[in-house]
Design a protein around this ligand. Structure first.
Ligand code: ME8
Length: 518
């Protein structure tokens, strides 16, 4: 079995999860589910980033016990949210865990021994929101952070520095040359160009530690107890501590390098430049793909707690339900751009795509089976899978390829077209006319709609796992949907000759899956 390793950023615990975090996490979950269905041995890592000045500022305390218990509480909120949203993560890493701290120790020690660290006095402008130093040219017209809109703090410290500048040419080669055996595929293209442009301007060494008197809430540098590891270096290392770097070496060797790191554009620089440089310093393979999406904005500003413009996942779940929330969140703005989010747009999309198209189509078919067959599966000597095959072929070329290329929004447009096609076929066949004159044909037609709906259920499984299971069970489709889907997707999307339904069965009448919202 080929492995596939997927990550989300590990989120800061100073904030509860909002729909920006949800966006990345659902995206990664869809990919993880998709790859599993395609026969891959998937490891999907998420978690929480718990050290640093930002947390001390949030809770106004430097007491270790207070900080730790706050982290425990907040980290649990992320877990609960991901469980609520059906996120199928393999492991959840926390940077305050022992397995992580000893990995960070060992990495910093290695970099030191290899000569990539040196000590230096540094003065710079620090944004606590971003947990990083900026130079004047990075700031907005009011000399504020472009993301947090706050004034920066002038800080002066003696720190350990990482020789990032040494890696400039190596990075440029690995980012630009797709033939390189360690090519880092940064997507989308326009962000990759930004990274290349910035790299050409030059690369400065970066501080890898903070003095303990300024930031005590961190992992101590193993060879200098007066310093703690800079929170970003600490955080990036989660990608290897979470797959057993220090406690299960075989697991680490099996899953590393990562296949896709997911994140938004705010932290692409850390993943596309600093992280690969650290890995090169250590002599480990580099990430294969780094995918950075845009921001959810409200009135043009990035949604974040510090700007007080946040929508929470629970708000969406209360209004739309879990599966619709997953569908809407990744479908409401294109991945590569920022986009304003509003309840009006979400509800419109919900009604158009889910209530009127998918939900209505499904309910319409079930209602006809109730009316014409008293909920028995329509009997056919030989299953008619022509419509199902048409849909399947259309999805294979369009839907599946788009998912593989991380174009989820396009894939879901194709899904909607497939649903419209089935609806049109029902109009053409007009079972309500056949019912009066041609019993054999009405059996054939309704059975073929069920086979086509089964194909739809297989394809929406990574996006809406619960609804997909409900559809599958309602139509009495054979076997467990996960097994059938894996067989189908690993066998070139071939529909079994006998279709997906048993010869006999009774459909259980269900409520409307996506009630229309006003
Ligand atoms: O940066 N729109 O954590 P973080 C879209 N701990 N995505 C958003 C978003 C928005 N408005 N707001 C947040 C950190 N995100 C570090 C990461 S990883 C080694 C360390 C998502 O809690 C998006 O994925 O600030 C973004 O990159 C991430 O949350 C930032 O999360």
């Amino acid at each position: 079995m080929k492995k596939f390793y997927i990550t989300t950023p590990i989120y800061y615990v100073n904030d509860v999860p909002h729909i920006g975090h949800l966006y990345t996490t659902v995206m990664a979950d869809i990919m993880a589910r998709w790859k599993r269905l395609n026969g891959f041995d998937v490891f999907f890592l998420t978690g929480t980033d718990e050290h640093g000045a930002k947390l001390i500022n949030t809770i106004h305390s430097t007491d270790m016990d207070v900080l730790q218990s706050f982290c425990n509480k907040m980290s649990a909120k992320f877990k609960t949210t991901w469980d609520l949203l059906n996120i199928s993560y393999t492991d959840f890493i926390r940077t305050t865990e022992y397995r992580h701290c000893i990995t960070v120790n060992s990495i910093v020690e290695s970099l030191f021994k290899k000569g990539f660290l040196f000590s230096k006095e540094y003065t710079g402008l620090y944004c606590v929101g971003c947990e990083r130093f900026y130079t004047i040219k990075d700031l907005d017209e009011n000399q504020c952070c472009v993301f947090h809109k706050n004034k920066l703090i002038l800080q002066s410290e003696k720190n350990y520095f990482f020789k990032l500048s040494y890696f400039k040419d190596k990075l440029l080669e690995r980012i630009t040359n797709s033939k390189h055996k360690e090519y880092i595929n940064i997507q989308p293209e326009e962000r990759k160009k930004e990274i290349i442009g910035k790299l050409h301007l030059g690369l400065e060494d970066i501080s890898l530690s903070r003095t303990r008197t300024n930031v005590n809430w961190g992992i101590p540098i193993p060879f200098d107890e007066t310093q703690t590891v800079y929170v970003w270096i600490d955080a990036l290392i989660n990608y290897i501590s979470g797959i057993g770097y220090s406690n299960d070496r075989n697991k680490f060797k099996h899953y590393w390098p990562v296949d896709i790191h997911f994140m938004a554009k705010d932290i692409l620089w850390f993943h596309a430049v600093i992280w690969p440089a650290i890995l090169m310093g250590l002599g480990y393979p580099l990430p294969k793909k780094i995918f950075s999406h845009g921001f959810f904005t409200l009135n043009g500003y990035k949604m974040s707690k510090s700007l007080n413009n946040v929508i929470y996942p629970q708000d969406l779940v209360n209004k739309y339900g879990v599966d619709a929330t997953r569908y809407l969140i990744i479908n409401i703005i294109p991945f590569n751009t920022d986009g304003n989010i509003s309840y009006l747009d979400l509800t419109l999309k919900y009604n158009t795509d889910l209530a009127n198209n998918l939900g209505n189509l499904f309910f319409r078919i079930i209602k006809m089976i109730e009316k014409y067959f008293n909920l028995d599966l329509p009997y056919v000597k030989k299953p008619n899978i022509l419509l199902a095959q048409k849909i399947s072929r259309y999805f294979k070329i369009n839907f599946c390829n788009n998912i593989n290329e991380l174009k989820f929004q396009k894939a879901l447009t194709i899904l909607q077209q497939g649903l419209t096609f089935i609806n049109k076929q029902i109009e053409i066949d007009s079972p309500w006319v056949l019912h009066k004159h041609n019993r054999t044909n009405i059996n054939m037609c309704l059975s073929s709609y069920l086979q086509a709906i089964a194909v739809v259920a297989l394809h929406i499984l990574p996006f809406m796992p619960t609804v997909s299971q409900t559809i599958w069970k309602t139509i009495c489709a054979k076997d467990n949907i996960d097994n059938v889907a894996t067989k189908y997707f690993t066998n070139n999307n071939v529909i079994p000759e006998g279709g997906f339904l048993p010869i006999k069965g009774k459909i259980s009448m269900i409520n409307i899956i996506f009630p229309r919202l006003v």
